[in-house]
Design a protein around this ligand. Sequence first.
Ligand code: 13P
Length: 261
Amino acid sequence: MARTPILAANWKMNMLRAEAASFCEQLRGLNEADRAPADRVSADRVEVLVFPSFPLLDTVAAGLAGGVASVGGQDVHPKASGAHTGDVSAAQLVDAGCSWVLCGHSERRRDHGESDEWIGLKVKAAQEAGLIPLVCVGETREERSQGQTLDVLKRQVTAALDGSSGSFELAYEPVWAIGTGETATPEMAQEAHAFLRRLLGDMLGAERASQVRILYGGSAKPENVDELYAENDIDGFLVGGASLDSEKFSAMMRSCARSAP
Ligand code: 13P
């Protein structure tokens, strides 16, 4: 099954508006007609997503308009509106130009105590508002060392998709590889991705499971994307640190576009 790869930038709590605008300018340049064809990255070869923090959404939505890349929020509250200071609703994200949202990133689970069930509510709220949730799952170092990786992934995915009816994509982000410079080997990542696809097959049927893009995240960078992307069930990347540098991110876009089916 040929799946168009996704390359997603999760900027986390980084960047100011001027930096964000300049990054978008660089990305726009990648499609310009005066570039050599081999250096151009067209949207039908790789789907590019940018997840900036909330105050940057306007700048990034304007900077990436015209099909350069899609924009997403880094989080969403399950409720449609109301007394939830500091939170953002799905409708507000749509209104700000988002078509995607991250749900269940391990930094939200860790810093804000988000439970699997709470993440499931976010996924549903996002889908109801027409956003595509990019659902993040992954085990900690301790869970891996105790042989619990697959159980953790099953628990997280089952809860996140409980009652879900719309589109979604998945990101496997082993917590021990996030921001550490330590990357899962292609074999380790493929084992987790293949398990996730089998699990989706049990939940949704084989055909639907074969369409879901499962991204790898955790110290993904220009130097390691080729070998990871060569694995059967790795359909792109959710990139933190390397996504803050437009040169590195562009190089990763070109890698995915070159190897895309
Ligand atoms: P790093 O690429 O910085 O390891 O972050 C990965 C991540 O958490 C993306 O969501």
